[in-house]
Structure formats: structure tokens, C-alpha cells
Design a protein around this ligand. Structure first.
Ligand code: AHR
Length: 693
């Protein structure tokens, strides 16, 4: 006790000195020479965490994710399919590839071989690949797809639907390199019927540019309706490495299938026999519909998370949405519940969280209408969906008050009582349409952009408070509508298929948004980071290679090292003026502290987590952390994300330049003087101690 009092006195004294220091060293925007001069100096901060003062309950759903069925999030992402255009939708190649659906290529092309996409005889959608050979003897022809990254001794599951006429010999399926054959299987097909074959190919070599080939010798006709190839280690069709990474992260929920995509999505395209599902052209790419609601539910089960399903209110109808609710939640004696059971899922999924539509205020959205029409549309969707299951929770499309000033009010006036959440989205994107990644090579611009991004969470917080205030004004008392912040990320520049690269800077942004959600826990009870694999992602993949962006690492730290109770914390440190968002408009009001602290406690009150973001671009912080009303164990843990340069990125070549570091701390007392590195995120995990201090 005596020790404790001495410590307290010292630190209150220190606090006083630090405070004095603050008044004399208020930091504003730095010039280049100031920046260089200050590079290695440090700041001071005094952090007080009052463990006895719980100031809010954080809904774990704020740590949710958003996955969109477009670009390469599922195909070429978490779905283990290795082949492109596996259902032969789309156009032919040019010149000597004419007649062969891209990106497949012809094999054995000569004057006696014809390649055509066939729109009369097909297996799914409205097209198949046909090969007609008039050759004799051993001439081999067929199709192949290159660019497959295969590994030595690995097994690959191949499934194909083919039809033949007049082929005498066997049809060969092979994994090939430029010179060698790595694995091969042959099959005999009956004439004139579609037949499905499932086989396994084992590769005797690794090759980043292998091909799968489907060929036959001599004369005859072959139609290839669909082909699939996956590493045999897949988990129900999903990539094992990504599933395990998400399982470790423990996201509480995932929003699916879109996004803009949902406004043109027919959920019935995604059920039933996977090879028969129609491919559709969505957002510039052919979507084979291999992942539908049943596969998504399998993914949720594999990860251990819950689904949050969005329905199409763009060109979809209330009736379609109600059918989807029945497919998911209806007993197997209902019409759609029976379909689900017939598809192998006898038990209802009982999905609770449903979103109606996406960004319907936006002129980029399929089916975008004015707010009044939309509010009525929402009403008819909500009624239809709740007539199937009255217990579902509904998220309505909300709008940023300053951009769409009448949107939320109109939603409340017309359809109050028919939604439980209002959604908000935000992408930190100061110059997105004009910016290129190379612009960041200019150090002045990179610094300006750094502060813009790491400050953006304060803009989000403002968006939340303004919207919540507006909702409370527009809704009658007792109407407990919350905010679902169901898309957020930074999005610096435009990139094909949204393949944006991220750096440590973006990890600080991510932690900042999570702090903002926690602070606004009364308003925000659902959040969904956008997105997970490849597009704007936490996880990037290229063939079997994978790396984690800082956003993934921050989520993993925050979900695994936090509790549901928000604890009062105060920070004394320097701040800086909120950067400009658009010309003449700051993105948040007032000054932003360099140090942002968020303290939480576990349900059993055994662990206290103090998360600290140091936003300063070049200075570490000499911080005093003082714990009040808490007897800590002598050991604690420090979990951190830091590196020398805020522009550091993980890449396929260097996947671990940024990684989570864990360190045991010893001799922990009520107060602690500790260095928080420049531009870093740190969580201190303290445990309640039985020991006497
Ligand atoms: O790809 C990200 C898109 O951004 C989402 O589909 C949409 O909801 C938002 O406009």
C-alpha cells in the first residue's frame, strides 16, 4: 500500500510536469525541416485508466467483416477453385484462339480441328466449349488453361461435365508444364450424354505456370460443359489457409453478399447443383455462382461466425427477399424450407441479421431511387420478410446527414418500426479518383496523406454522433434504433478489381475506427470492415501464396485482446488540428490527440486491456500508464504492431515485414513508464493479481 501511494504521488507530480509541458509545446502542422529535426525526439503522455469506472458495454458485433461476391474475393480468393471461366461463359480469344472461350487455349489446332463455343448444346448457363476433330491416328487435340500455380506432391480434385460423339479412345486430363506431364488421369465417356467425372491428380513437381489439359486422340467431338480444380486440402470448397486465418481472428459476424453487387444478385442463382448454376456477368466479371447461401453458411460454420445477409432491393422484389428468409429460416415443410432440405440442409439456419439493400441513395447503385420511394420500398421488403419470420433484425440503408440530408428523416417518417439499425458506410479516400499509388513517393504528400488517414476515424465518429442524434430526433421515444457501420476502410486510390495496397498507416486507421466504435457504443452495435480477401482486403492471395495486411493484424489483436466493458481512461498528450477532408472542410472537428487510448475489461473482470495508438508520424511517446482501482499481477503482456516506416507494406515477397509482436512484461505496478513507438498500435494486457504488492 505504501509503495502504491509513493508511486501515485510521483506520477501525479509527473502528470503535473507533463501538463505544463503540453501547454508550452502544442504541436501543429510541421514543416519539412521541423519534421527532420524532430525525427528522433519523443513526446510525453499521461494515461490514466480507472478500472473501477465502467462507462459502456461494447457489442462484440462491432468487430464484424464484410465480404462481397465480386472481383476476386470469392473466385480467386477464399473459394478454392483454381480455374477461371470454369463454366465457359464469356467471349472467345482472338486469332488462333478464336472459338475457344477465354482464358482457355486450343491444343492440337490444325486444318482438321474446329473449336467453337456452343450455344445450342451446353451444360449450364448458355454456353459450352466444343472441339471437333477430323484427325486420324495419334493426333491429340483439346483445350487447356495455363497459369496454375501447383505444388509438388499435392493432390488436386478435378470435376468435369463432358459429352462426346464418336471418340474411340480415352479422354485425358493432365497437369502439365512446358515440357513435362506432372499428373494424368484418363477416362472413358459414353456417347451423346452429359457425364460427370470426379478424379484426383497428384503433381510430381511444383510449377507456377502449369496447365490443366483436356484432350483426346483421333477423330470425334467433345463438349466441355464445366470443369473444376481445387487443392484436395480445401475445406468444403474453401481455402484452408484463409479459413484458419479467419478462425484465429474470430470475427463475430460477416455481412454478405454485397455491397453494390447485391443490387443485381438473384440469390436463387446460387442454390442447387453447383455445376448447373448459371454464370452471370456481375461488376465486370463472370460470376460462376459457386458460392451461394448454403456455401456461405458453411463458411460461417467453419470460421465460427454468424451471418448477416443483405437482400437485393435494387432490382429484386420483396417476394424474392421473403423467399430467401424462408429458404434460410423456414421449417422443411415450407415451400422454400423444403428446397433447402433438398439441397442437403434439413435444419433451418435461423439467420437473425438481415440488411435490406445497399447504398440506395447512390447514383452508382442498381435500382437507385429517391428517398421517399425508397422508404416505401423498404417498408414492403420489411413486411414481406417479417411475415416469414417476425424475429429477424433488419438493417435499413442510412445516409450521411450532410450528403443526403433528407434520407434518414424520410426513412424514419415512412418506415419507423420496420428497422432495428440504420447503416452507414465510410471509405477514407481523400483523392481517390485522382490519386495514384506513386504519388506517395513524394515524402511531403506521403506525410500529409498519413495524417489524413490516421485522423479519418475522428470523421467517422462525427458521422456516427450526427446520424444518431438525427435518428433520435426523428424517431419517437422508445424506438431503439442503432447504427450498423457495415462498410468501412481506407481506399487511397483506384486500382483494378480494387486491389489496393495497404501499409502500417492503414493499421493505425483501423485501430482508430475500432476505438471510435467503442466510444460510441450506445450508437454503434454492429460494424463490418470492408473487405476480407483481395479487393480492398485484409488478406491477399496469389495462387497458394498469402499475406496479411495490417488491418487483419489489428483486428486479430483487438478481437483477441479486449473485453466487453469500456473502461474510463483519460489521456494528457499533444494534439494536432484535424486535417482537411475536402477543400475548406476538415474531416473532424477541432484537434486530434496524438495518443488515442481505449481500455476494456473482460466479462470475468480478470483482464484489463489498454489499447494505445501513437499517431505521431516521427516521435515515440514516453508514456506513464496509471491503473486506478486495479491490483495487477506482476506479469502483463504487450502486444504491438510497429515498424520503422509508416509506409511499410507486407507483400508476397516479404509477407512479414509487419507482424504482431508479443512481449511479456515483468514487475508490473499500478503505474508504469513506457515507451510507445512512433506510428504504432499497442495493447497492454493486465491481469488481476492475487499477489500483494
Ligand atoms: O466495393 C466496395 C463498394 O463500395 C461496395 O460494393 C459498395 O457498397 C460501396 O460503394
Amino acid at each position: 500500500m505504501k509503495n502504491f501511494l509513493i508511486h501515485r504521488k510521483i506520477y501525479y507530480l509527473l502528470n503535473f510536469f507533463i501538463l505544463v509541458n503540453f501547454f508550452t509545446s502544442k504541436v501543429t502542422a510541421q514543416t519539412d525541416s521541423e519534421y527532420n529535426k524532430n525525427l528522433n525526439s519523443s513526446l510525453n503522455a499521461f494515461i490514466e485508466v480507472n478500472a473501477g469506472n465502467r462507462i459502456g458495454k461494447i457489442n462484440p458485433d462491432i468487430y464484424g467483416l464484410f465480404m462481397e461476391m465480386c472481383f476476386n474475393e470469392f473466385n480467386g480468393g477464399i473459394w478454392a477453385e483454381m480455374l477461371k471461366s470454369r463454366k465457359f461463359a464469356g467471349n472467345d480469344g482472338e486469332d488462333e484462339y478464336y472459338g475457344v472461350v477465354k482464358p482457355w487455349y486450343p491444343i492440337g489446332k490444325n486444318s482438321k480441328t474446329v473449336f467453337r463455343h456452343d450455344n445450342s448444346i451446353f451444360y449450364c448457363g448458355r454456353q459450352s466449349q466444343k472441339i471437333i476433330s477430323d484427325n486420324e491416328g495419334e493426333h491429340r487435340c483439346g483445350i487447356g488453361q495455363s497459369g496454375l500455380y501447383i505444388k509438388n506432391s499435392k493432390n488436386y480434385d478435378v470435376r468435369l461435365n463432358i459429352r462426346q460423339e464418336g471418340i474411340q479412345g480415352k479422354i485425358r486430363i493432365a497437369l502439365e508444364g512446358k515440357e513435362d506431364i506432372y499428373g494424368v488421369q484418363v477416362l472413358e465417356a459414353e456417347p451423346d450424354i452429359w457425364q460427370r467425372f470426379e478424379l484426383s491428380l497428384n503433381s510430381i513437381a511444383s510449377d507456377r505456370d502449369a496447365s490443366i489439359t483436356i484432350t483426346f486422340q483421333g477423330s470425334g467431338k467433345l463438349w466441355v460443359g464445366s470443369v473444376s480444380m481445387m487443392p484436395s486440402e480445401n475445406m468444403s470448397g474453401f481455402r484452408k489457409d484463409i479459413v484458419l486465418a479467419l478462425k484465429e481472428m474470430k470475427p463475430p459476424n460477416i455481412r454478405w453478399p454485397g455491397g453494390n453487387m447485391v443490387s443485381e444478385y438473384d440469390w436463387e442463382d446460387g442454390i442447387g447443383d453447383r455445376d448447373l448454376r448459371p454464370p452471370r456477368f456481375i461488376r465486370g466479371l463472370w460470376e460462376p455462382n459457386d458460392v451461394g447461401i448454403d456455401e456461405f453458411m458453411t463458411l460461417c460454420r467453419l470460421i465460427g461466425t454468424k451471418p448477416y445477409i443483405a437482400v437485393n432491393s435494387g432490382d429484386g422484389s420483396p417476394h424474392d427477399a421473403a423467399n430467401l428468409v424462408e429458404y434460410c429460416n423456414g421449417k422443411s415443410n415450407t415451400s422454400y424450407g423444403r428446397k433447402r432440405a433438398d439441397n442437403g440442409h434439413s435444419q433451418p439456419y435461423n439467420i437473425r441479421l438481415w440488411g435490406i439493400g445497399n447504398e440506395m441513395y447512390g447514383n452508382w447503385q442498381n435500382g437507385h431511387v429517391d428517398e421517399e420511394t425508397y422508404a416505401r420500398r423498404h417498408l414492403s421488403f420489411a413486411r414481406a420478410m417479417r411475415s416469414v419470420d417476425k424475429d429477424i433484425k433488419l438493417v435499413a440503408v442510412g445516409g450521411r446527414p450532410w450528403k443526403y440530408p433528407d434520407w434518414n428523416k424520410t426513412m424514419c417518417n415512412i418506415s419507423a418500426g420496420h428497422f432495428d439499425y440504420v447503416s452507414l458506410h465510410s471509405y477514407a479516400k481523400k483523392y481517390r479518383r485522382h490519386m495514384k499509388k506513386d504519388d506517395l513517393k513524394d515524402p511531403d504528400f506521403a506525410r500529409e496523406f498519413y495524417y489524413y488517414i490516421v485522423s479519418a476515424p475522428h470523421g467517422i465518429e462525427e458521422q456516427i454522433t450526427k446520424t444518431f442524434h438525427e435518428l433520435q430526433k426523428s424517431l419517437s421515444p422508445g424506438n431503439d434504433v442503432k447504427i450498423a457501420f457495415d462498410e468501412w476502410n481506407c481506399w487511397a486510390y483506384m486500382a483494378p478489381h480494387e486491389l489496393v495496397d495497404f501499409s502500417l498507416r492503414d493499421g493505425l486507421y483501423t485501430a482508430g475506427v475500432l476505438h471510435a466504435f467503442r466510444r460510441q457504443n450506445k450508437a454503434v452495435t454492429l460494424g463490418n470492415f470492408s473487405k476480407v480477401v483481395n479487393a480492398l482486403s485484409m488478406i491477399r492471395v496469389n495462387g497458394p501464396d498469402l499475406f496479411f495486411n495490417p488491418q487483419y493484424l489489428v483486428f486479430k489483436m483487438y478481437i483477441n485482446h479486449s473485453g466487453p466493458h469500456l473502461i474510463k481512461s483519460t489521456v494528457n498528450c499533444d494534439d494536432y488540428p484535424a486535417p482537411e477532408y475536402e477543400k475548406g472542410r476538415t474531416q473532424a472537428i477541432g484537434d486530434i490527440p496524438f495518443i488515442d487510448v481505449s481500455a476494456t475489461m473482460s466479462e470475468d473482470e480478470e483482464s484489463l486491456y489498454v489499447a494505445v495508438i501513437n499517431r505521431h508520424i516521427s516521435k515515440s511517446v514516453d508514456a506513464v500508464i496509471q491503473l486506478k482501482d486495479w491490483l495487477p499481477r506482476h506479469q502483463a503482456k504487450r502486444i504491438s504492431l510497429a515498424c520503422d516506416d509508416y509506409m511499410t507494406e507486407n507483400t508476397f515477397e516479404f509477407p512479414e515485414r509487419i507482424k504482431i509482436e508479443e512481449e511479456e512484461l515483468k514487475n508490473v505496478r499500478f503505474s508504469r513508464d513506457i515507451i510507445i513507438p512512433k506510428h504504432s498500435v499497442t495493447i497492454f494486457e493486465f491481469y488481476k493479481g492475487p499477489e500483494k504488492i
